[in-house]
Structures are given as structure tokens and as C-alpha cells.
Ligand binder design. Structure first.
Ligand SMILES: Nc1nc2c(ncn2[C@@H]2O[C@H](COP(=O)(O)OP(=O)(O)O)[C@@H](O)[C@H]2O)c(=O)[nH]1
Ligand SMILES: [Mg+2]
Length: 334
């Protein structure tokens, strides 16, 4: 997973480390204690410590050096969908950690790798959420799936319903997408396969009302979780965004999950920003990670939204969701 991002990062680390290593080292003298053997009057050999001066070769990195060697970093990472803001942060961290530092020959790469890992870890450092704990708190809980057309909302909703069922929670699905043709049938098919009820109205119905009915149904039957589908919308479509605001106002979801297709690359950030500004995103789910090796969009969205990444979609089957773990992601790409 994320092979492309890994390739780009390792190329950048290698090029920075090599360029620093190539700089002529400064010779520095340091005092060290050395064990020497001495014979005393009786001819007995004794071990004593003496101070000796040792020469070491060090690299001192200047601001100018780093500017020169990070020029291609931006372009390389952009190819892996890493947004400008993320690259800038990585550059700043490199400066903070390397400029003026005296680094021993052969140890530059380790320091560069450590700096990269720390930067990524800081970017991904948002308080995690535990879905099971959230749905345990309120009955019924409402999970709302939102996002761009075709991002994988309906599929992800079905995967999450399957995950919750497997963890002992009862579920009902709300056909909140009454807009796209066949959207209701698609959800009903998932309902049949998962053996979960689907609450629907007709096409063209008010999405907020469908979800409201599903909540009433769940309340009456003691169901734990309502998973509500919504129509896909371009984040730039004002009417559809207003409809989404209404859905939230009427139903007050417990978790608004923004579903992002990882294949959209650099468009992930503007999408995330617009949905967050419109209704406030609580968590993000990235889909189609199985067919996208880039992975940079995850870093870009995490840095922009500072919201937890709940799951990664890694295939078309119900079981193809993976809990996102920042440490695992970093180990994967570094
Ligand atoms: N390979 C892959 N395909 C996915 C994943 N998630 C969704 N899809 C596919 O993406 C397409 C659109 O999904 P859908 O759930 O209908 O998107 P929606 O319009 O946002 O509801 C479908 O063909 C899904 O099978 C994923 O994680 N991996
Ligand atoms: Mg859909």
C-alpha cells in the first residue's frame, strides 16, 4: 500500500542525505580519554587513561545548503498528491532540525529519516475516535455519509453497517439519496445482503425527512445505529450543499463522515474544506486505497481538516475496510 508515496519519499530522503554527505566535512578536534599501557619501575604493565586529541569529520549544514537541496522535494511530493502546505511543513522541519547542526559523517540519512517521520507524525496527530464507543453512547446514533458523486458513500456505508453488525450493534439504513437514479435500489440490495432494514421514500423526496423517519423507526424498535446515505454532490453546488445543511439541522447527526475517493488526488483538499465549512466534518473515510498507491491526499486532508481518519476502503467487498493507524501509515511510507 502507498508504494508510490514511499518511492517518492525515499527518493527525496536519499537525495537530501547524499547532497549533505557530499559537502566537504569540517575537521574538528575533540579530547577523548584513551586507555594506554605503561610499564612502571617494577616492570609491571599497568593500564592508565590519558587524554588524547582526536580528529573527527563533521558536516555543518547551512540555511543556503538546505534551500538548494530541497528544491526538488516540492515537485516530487506533489506527484504523490502531497499538498503544498504539507511540503512546506516538511521543509520547515528539515530546516529546524538540520541547519546549524553538526552531524557526523554517515549519520545524515538517519537524521533526515527521523525528521521526516516526526513531521508526518505531527501532521497525522489528531485525537483518534472509536466508532464503537460513539455508537454505544446514544441509541439510536445517527451516522451520516457525505461526499462527492461516486466517492464511495453508499459502498462505505454498507461496509460500516457490516462492521457494526459484526460488533453486535443492530442497524437500519436510511435511503437519503433520493436524487441519483437507482440509488434507492442500490441501498436496498445492500440491505438484503446484510439483512438490515432500509427506510426509503420515493425519488425526489426530501432527504432530511427520510432520515428523520429512519430515526423514528430505530427509536421505536430499539435499534442501535442509523446509517444515512446522502446524494453525492459537487462541493461547489450551492443548492445541494444547502440541502445537506438541512439534513444536518433536522437530524443532528452524531457523526458526519466525509467519504473521499483517494483517486481525486489534489482535489481532496478543496472538497474537504467545502464540506467542512458547510456542515462540519467529524471524520474522514478514504476509499479506493487499493487502487491508488499515492497516499499523499491522506496527509493533505489530515493537515487541512485536523479530523480523524476513521477507515480506509481497500476493495469492493464488505470486509474491505481497514482502521487507519497513523503509525502504520508512517512505517509503510518511510
Ligand atoms: N476498488 C474500490 N472500489 C470502491 C471502493 N469503495 C467504493 N468503490 C466503488 O466505487 C464506485 C462508486 O461507489 P458508490 O458507493 O456507489 O459511490 P457513491 O456515489 O458515493 O455512493 C462503485 O463501483 C464501488 O464499488 C474501494 O474502497 N475500493
Ligand atoms: Mg450512492
Amino acid at each position: 500500500m502507498f508504494g508510490f508515496l514511499k518511492e517518492k519519499l525515499s527518493k527525496v530522503v536519499k537525495s537530501i542525505s547524499e547532497k549533505i554527505e557530499k559537502k566537504p566535512p569540517i575537521e574538528k578536534k575533540i579530547e577523548v580519554e584513551k586507555e594506554v599501557k605503561k610499564e612502571d619501575k617494577k616492570g609491571v604493565i599497568k593500564k592508565v587513561l590519558e587524554k588524547v586529541t582526536k580528529k573527527v569529520l563533521e558536516k555543518k549544514i547551512s540555511d543556503k545548503d538546505l534551500d538548494e537541496i530541497t528544491q526538488d522535494l516540492e515537485f516530487s511530493l506533489l506527484e504523490a498528491d502531497v499538498a503544498f502546505e504539507v511540503t512546506e511543513k516538511i521543509k520547515e522541519d528539515l530546516k529546524k532540525n538540520l541547519v546549524g547542526k553538526e552531524v557526523k559523517r554517515g549519520q545524515v540519512k538517519d537524521l533526515v529519516v527521523k525528521t521526516f517521520k516526526d513531521s508526518l507524525s505531527e501532521i497525522l496527530n489528531v485525537p483518534p475516535i472509536d466508532l464503537k464507543e460513539i455508537v454505544k453512547k446514544k441509541k439510536p446514533s445517527l451516522l451520516l455519509f457525505l461526499g462527492f458523486n461516486g466517492s464511495g458513500k453508499t459502498t462505505s456505508l454498507a461496509k460500516v453497517a457490516n462492521y457494526l453488525k459484526k460488533n453486535g450493534f443492530s442497524c437500519v439504513l436510511a435511503a437519503g439519496d433520493s436524487f441519483r437514479s437507482a440509488a434507492i435500489e442500490q441501498l436496498e440490495e445492500h440491505g438484503r445482503r446484510l439483512d438490515v432494514n432500509v427506510i426509503k421514500h420515493t425519488y425526489g423526496a426530501d432527504s432530511a425527512a427520510v432520515i428523520f423517519d429512519a430515526m423514528k423507526h430505530a427509536q421505536a424498535r430499539g435499534i442501535d445505529v442509523v446509517l444515512a446515505d446522502t446524494a453525492g454532490r459537487p462541493h461547489t453546488d450551492k443548492n445541494l450543499m444547502d440541502e445537506l445543511k438541512k439534513v444536518c439541522r433536522v437530524n443532528n447527526p452524531d457523526l458526519k463522515i466525509l467519504v473521499i475517493d483517494s483517486l481525486v488526488g489534489n482535489d481532496a483538499v478543496p472538497q474537504a474544506k467545502m464540506f467542512d465549512e458547510a456542515v462540519g466534518v467529524d471524520a474522514v473515510m478514504f476509499t479506493k486505497v487499493d487502487v491508488n498507491e499515492k497516499g499523499g491526499a491522506i496527509l493533505s486532508v489530515a493537515k487541512t481538516l485536523k479530523k480523524p481518519i476513521l477507515f480506509l476502503g481497500i476493495g469492493q467487498d464488505y470486509s474491505c475496510i481497514k482502521t487507519f493507524k497513523p503509525e502504520e501509515f508512517i512505517e509503510n511510507v518511510m
